[in-house]
Design a protein around this ligand. Structure first.
Ligand SMILES: [Zn+2]
Length: 325
């Protein structure tokens, strides 16, 4: 049995726009498009620096467009969820009237046959504008601007920040061995695999012996020890970011399992102050009870809550520090 999981990784952050891009975004909420003068040129979208010399440009803004001419375009036949429109459209370089450079934006022409270099387009504004390039829903063929839906007017304050959500969606194949290792975690066990040839022990998800290049499966499964020793650690000072739930410094430790040549990395600790943390502490695994499990957020550790000191004397082997894998 194997399966595939849909995964999404997101990096939400805020970006400060500065005096030039901020002015451009603020103007978008007013259904205006700003360029910036650079000698004889009018650059749109405006930038802070002369692209040829790197010199700072004076904030000499000029209204351009709103209509313009398509200089070049590329048809998007199958838009993905990241695209600005959910139906086929063109990405186009559009030289707005009065500008000497072109802006990249979507053209909603209906079909590829309606697209041509040199065609005239005008913005279709969103009714509610927040100070973002997508305040222009898309450009449409013709000379006249449009507003989609009810116009809620310009922004009350100058736009100085922009929310940005970098996001990647991907699919991850999950092997049968990984599924059994997850099931063992649910049962409060660490699943291991013992190579029948070299007798080395591995964590259960791996599925092969890299030394002997042979597959390892259910017949090779063993339970790994639940006690070990801390060989190394990292103390993390949490910085606030969306989704961060930690407020105090916390530790992640490497645990060398007893009687096995296996180090589990990035493990959480329990009842162990970061100020007391050191190499050589004996620890054992603590698993969530059924009642605690209901309160647990989904984490990489699954049912494992963390590693708690056993109270046994420290291990003093000076080579421990080198065991990080
Ligand atoms: Zn082997």
């Amino acid at each position: 049995m194997s399966e595939v999981r849909e995964m999404t990784i997101q990096f939400p952050y805020k970006r400060s726009l500065g005096p030039v891009v901020g002015a451009f975004m603020t103007a978008l909420t007013e259904q205006r498009i700003l360029g910036i003068r650079n000698g004889e040129q009018v650059i749109c979208p405006p930038i802070e620096w002369d692209p040829a010399t790197g010199n700072e440009l004076a904030h000499d803004f000029v209204d351009v467009g709103p209509a313009g001419t398509v200089e070049s375009w590329s048809w998007v036949a199958k838009p993905s969820e990241q695209h600005p429109l959910d139906h086929p459209f063109a990405f186009a370089l559009i030289k707005l009237d009065g500008a000497t450079t072109s802006i990249l934006h979507a053209v909603d022409a209906g079909s590829i046959d309606a697209m041509s270099t040199g065609m005239r387009v005008a913005p279709r504004w969103k009714g509610t504008r927040v100070g973002h390039i997508t305040d222009i829903d898309a450009f449409v063929p013709g000379e006249a601007s449009e507003v989609a839906g009810d116009d809620t007017g310009p922004a009350a304050e100058p736009v100085e920040m922009m929310d940005y959500n970098a996001s990647i969606a991907y699919t991850l194949p999950v092997t049968a061995n990984e599924l059994r290792a997850e099931q063992a975690n649910v049962e409060g066990r660490f699943l291991g695999l013992k190579c029948p040839k070299c007798a080395r022990l591995y964590t259960g998800g791996r599925g092969f012996c890299p030394i002997d290049a042979i597959e390892l499966g259910p017949a090779d499964e063993v339970d790994l020890p639940q006690k070990g020793v801390i060989t190394n650690y990292t103390i993390i000072e949490p910085v606030p970011y969306p989704g961060q739930t930690m407020t105090e410094p916390f530790a992640r430790v490497m645990v060398l399992l007893d009687g096995a040549d296996i180090v589990l990395g990035y493990q959480p600790t329990i009842d162990l102050a970061v100020t007391d943390l050191h190499i050589g502490i004996r620890v054992e695994a603590v698993w969530a009870s059924d009642a605690e499990l209901d309160d647990l957020a989904s984490t990489a550790e699954g049912r494992l809550l963390g590693w708690i000191p056993t109270g046994e004397p420290d291990v003093t082997d000076p080579d421990l520090v080198n065991r990080i894998y």
